[in-house]
Design a protein around this ligand. Sequence first.
Ligand SMILES: Nc1nc2c(ncn2[C@@H]2O[C@H](COP(=O)(O)OP(=O)(O)OP(=O)(O)O)[C@@H](O)[C@H]2O)c(=O)[nH]1
Ligand SMILES: [Mg+2]
Length: 233
Amino acid sequence: MRSRRALVLLTFNEIEALPKLFDRIPLSAADDVFAVDGGSKDGTVDYLKSKGVRVVGQPRRGRGCAFQVALDATDAEVLCYYSPDGNEDPDDIPKLFETLEAGGFDLVVASRMCRGAHNEEDEGALKPRKWVNQAFTFLANVLWNRGPYVTDTINGFRAVRADALRRCACRVDGFVVEYLMSIRMMKLGLRVGEVPTYESPRLGGQSTAHSWPTGVEFTKQLIKEVLIGRRVA
Ligand SMILES: Nc1nc2c(ncn2[C@@H]2O[C@H](COP(=O)(O)OP(=O)(O)OP(=O)(O)O)[C@@H](O)[C@H]2O)c(=O)[nH]1
Ligand SMILES: [Mg+2]
């Protein structure tokens, strides 16, 4: 059965990329479409409003904060988080919703690592970000997963049941939110599925996910999760 769906656009200074792909975003796949913006100063908010998209602000910067703001800003049963910077294929949005509903999953991740998927670094001989992501993913699976192996615990492009996400109590502000969500879903024994996705390069603008600070944030969170055991908070 089709759930009440929300499509959440996550933006922070995306005026270079967003207009290049906005018309490809399947807005009709969701019942509620809105953006959570981290304080853009480049016209992103005006652009979204000119397209009729409701924009919700955040009390603090960070994707983790944005995830929580989105959860509080809709009464939808399922949320799909989409980052319009060019990395994520908008055609996968309906697939994420449909897989979650048809498969009875609590979380469905667009995987850049499973069979049939493509990672931004796949063409290069060295794939540092991919390998580090796979190492964090391996640890999460070994430590907490009781279901089928999840190949990409980190990608932010995902659909999730609002009630399951509330149970995960992911009270973090930064980029670690998706990894934490995946870990907590595993700890709670909730059902995690994946669809293969094709990750492309950014279409403009700048990444704010700097490798070292993000890696440190992930390591600290992983240690915290080990220390609290099967608990989620
Ligand atoms: N709402 C919100 N969105 C954010 C915030 N920080 C980053 N984003 C968005 O989150 C998405 C991912 O951030 P990026 O900086 O592209 O991180 P990344 O995808 O790991 O890096 P690249 O692969 O280089 O693009 C983009 O759409 C950003 O605009 C924030 O504080 N709030
Ligand atoms: Mg990006």
